[in-house]
Design a protein around this ligand. Structure first.
Ligand code: TAP
Length: 505
């Protein structure tokens, strides 16, 4: 006779799929046969099992990437051919669009419309770099006398690319597309909570004609495998997106061998609503700015500063509309806010809100763990707006990484800028004003890598994305990124007819 638990396990097994890592063009199980389990955060149900990498597997992946790079099988492809392969990757992704969206929703619990937008952007990233790489080249420089100097861009080598769980496929595309466009080899390590679409991207790269060993995907623990990759002597560059504390550790480790690094880290991005803003647009944009992706965005505009003269009018509409946001089945087109990635993250968000309340903050909307009907076993948090806060509170200083925004008043432009910049981070920022001169003036004084003026969106392929201060450094999603995967070689030659004799001997 089978027990209830055994029945549950059997049901799980029936649904279960298995995803292999990709090393040297092969689908591999991993040296120990151990697995990672991926659960759907919206329901708590098992989605799939994934091979769990050990250091031995990571070693094989680095070896494969190194050999692929050193033999030059990819970097020596004519640039037009590499560009064609990137376009082919995009075309295959487009042909598998619905599958990628579905897996992204299942693996992350995010809403369908968020996943659709992010899968679209991942595809467009490959198309963008397929075009951008064709124009990526060195320069001829002015030098005195009978000398000729030109520079060449060379791929930096083997890149370890470590990504978080909040935008799994999009982050994978941000990393892989520019690196392979330039001719690098990569070992991609997705977050343990959301590895599935990164693995599929690795498979698609092979199908599109990327040679074996150029794109390897290892799935395993960050502190073990991630750290191993960062310290590895055969890794030339580390590109990391994730939390600021892990970013600091990575910078320290990478400094031992002076690896090139790019760090895209956390944020606590401000939104400033001036008295001359279009209030409806500012409300709608600010709702999107914080509640999109359930607030689990590095550039989430989680601090909102509203001019005191329009504060009441703005807040009435902001609160009214926040109450209309729908949680629930992520596959339902009407769902605005998806699930939280896991129980730990849910508890962390709730702790921030509870502590803020104990310190005197006033929750205007939300403030609770949610249990949408039919999704009671998932991880959900109500869209939450908090007032009566100050800059000494943790909820104002630290990244909550959930659907929680703090709101404060300001009295003039100077104070708005001072409040916006009063943070350790510097990733995103938003300005809402119909006065173009003011918006430009304020944008120039904001210490952040991204400023959105009357605009809820932070980036498209082609727009630089990255932070000031403790939000990291390096810019992704843009032409400049190609340089971050390249070395610049300067070639200086003499073309005079008389031999040079610099010592005069
Ligand atoms: P992290 O805990 O930092 O994890 C990010 C990645 O690093 C994961 O793949 C993780 O692996 C790995 N990792 C963990 N410890 C490591 C170590 N010691 N050495 C090497 N790798 C290690 O962040 P998260 O919780 O996944 O993501 C949320 C954070 O990412 C937020 O702070 C958010 O702001 C930031 N983020 C920033 C951006 C940009 S563009 N600035 C974009 C998205 C997210 P495991 O999953 O196995 O632990």
């Amino acid at each position: 006779m089978t027990t209830t638990r055994e029945n549950e396990i059997e049901q799980e097994n029936m649904k279960r799929e298995f995803y292999h890592m990709i090393i040297n063009g092969e689908k591999v199980k991993g040296s120990t046969g151990e697995t990672i389990k991926s659960y759907n955060p919206a329901t708590g149900e098992l989605v799939a099992e994934i091979a769990k990498a050990t250091k031995d597997d990571a070693e094989k992946a680095v070896e494969a990437a190194r050999a692929a790079f050193d033999t030059g099988k990819w970097k020596k492809f004519p640039v037009g051919r590499r560009s064609n392969v990137l376009n082919k990757i995009a075309a295959i992704m487009r042909s598998r669009f619905n599958e990628l969206v579905e897996l992204e929703v299942l693996d992350t619990g995010k809403s369908l419309h968020a996943a659709q937008g992010q899968v679209t952007q991942a595809i467009e990233d490959f198309e963008f770099y397929a075009g951008a790489i064709v124009g990526h080249r060195g320069a001829v420089n002015n030098v005195p006398g009978q000398f000729h100097n030109y520079t060449e861009k060379e791929p930096v080598g083997v890149c370890a690319q470590i990504i978080p769980w909040n935008y799994p496929l999009m982050m994978a595309a941000w990393k892989v597309a520019p690196a392979i466009a330039v001719g690098c080899s990569v070992v991609l390590k997705p977050a343990s909570l959301t590895p599935i679409t990164a693995i599929i991207l690795g498979e698609i790269c092979l199908e599109a004609g990327v040679p074996p060993g150029v794109v390897n995907v290892v799935t395993g623990s960050g502190s073990e495998i991630g750290n191993y990759l960062v310290e590895h002597h055969n890794v030339d560059k580390v590109a990391f997106t994730g939390s600021t504390p892990v970013g600091k550790d990575i910078m320290a480790s990478a400094s031992q061998s002076l690896k090139r690094i790019t760090l895209e880290l956390g944020g606590k991005s401000p939104s400033i609503v001036f008295e001359d803003a279009d209030i409806t647009s500012a409300v709608d944009g600010s709702l999107f700015g914080i509640f999109y992706n359930s607030g689990q965005s590095c550039e989430a505009r989680s601090r909102l500063y509203v001019h005191e003269s329009i504060y009441d009018e703005f807040m009435d509409l902001f609160v009214e509309k926040a109450k209309k946001l729908k949680l629930g089945d992520p596959f339902n087109k009407g769902t605005h806010v998806g699930a939280i990635i896991d129980q730990n993250q849910l508890e962390s968000i709730d702790n921030y809100v509870q502590s803020a309340q104990k310190e005197g903050a006033n929750v205007l909307v939300g403030g609770n763990i949610a249990k949408p009907e039919g999704h009671e076993n998932g991880f959900w948090y109500e869209p939450t707006i908090i007032a009566n806060v100050n800059h000494d509170m943790e909820i104002v200083k630290e990244e909550v990484f959930g659907p929680v925004v703090v709101v404060m008043k300001f009295k003039d432009e100077k104070e708005a800028i001072q409040l916006a910049n009063d943070t350790d981070f510097g990733l995103g920022s938003a300005i809402w004003s119909k006065d173009g001169a003011r918006a430009t003036r304020v944008a120039n004084q904001i210490q952040a890598g991204i400023v959105m003026i009357n605009c809820p969106f932070s980036a498209f392929p082609g727009t630089p994305f990255g932070g000031y201060k403790q939000s990291g450094f390096g810019r992704e999603l843009c032409i400049e990124t190609l340089d971050l995967y390249s070395e610049t070689k300067s070639i200086l030659s003499y073309y005079g007819s008389r031999p040079l004799n610099p010592f005069g001997l």
